[in-house]
Design a protein around this ligand. Sequence first.
Ligand SMILES: [Zn+2]
Length: 311
Amino acid sequence: MTVAVHPLASPWGRFHLYSFFIDAPEPAIVDTGIASSPGEGMAPALEALGRRIEDVRWILLTHGHIDHIGGAHALWELTGRRAKVVIHEADAPMLRSRAAHVDEYASGRGRYLTDPEGATKVAGAGRVAISGEMEPAVLVRGGEALSLGGDVTVSVHHVPGHTPGSVAYVIDGQDDVFVGDAVQVHGAANGFPGFADPVAYRASLTKLRDGIRPRHLYLGHPYRTTDGTPYGVELDADQARAALDESLAIEARVSVAAHDCLCAGLHESDSPYSPFAPVADAVGYTGDPTLEPSPFFTSMHGYRTHLDLTS
Ligand SMILES: [Zn+2]
């Protein structure tokens, strides 16, 4: 049987983040937006489709970022606590604890952002945007198959890079692939791709393009092409391949610039991109690198960490 997929949009500040409803015998929602998204966005959207939020049986989280897990507890409550919440074990701390989001900030991008209130702001966002701390029902590592009733199964693939525990969910047989933020292209609102581990990111993009080969690719945010045209969040096979090729090409350019900069030695300056100003110059990045979630500094710290580990 073919199952239908419906995007559910959740606005949050400068962002639109997207969840997806999988209309299986045991219905699933991929990613949950922020605390208000299930009640204010998903419930009426499902009602318009003739479906009820209390019937959702699976909450499939692509990764642990706040805009993807924030609504998980609220959605779980709306299902009468019957839906099973699924997340990769490496990102599960982000679901269990708001404090984990502050730790992630402080150990990565927060080392370069000079705002003295930065960690306090991340903690504040966590209080507002995360509906509750919770233990997932199912911890995955990649390689699992989840039964959504009837003959509908979803397989889980580990695609780390954007975060350590990023996964892709694939509706078996129809090759509909949900990747959250694992495919960044140019990045979403900030205009720069964000990945904690650049080497894993590259390997995951290659695995998606050459191994998983999506017939449809569903993204967590609408990304843009070089000329600023939005991709949308539902890509067909040709668009998916183009987005994966472009993501790989962009990472390759950023990688060269980052390695040049790191090998020359980091120098502080009054540039907002400091100490990675040469990278912004080399790739022509003119966005504001301080806007949360600051993918520029997340990715730069990723290259730096990788070089430290390999040198
Ligand atoms: Zn993310």
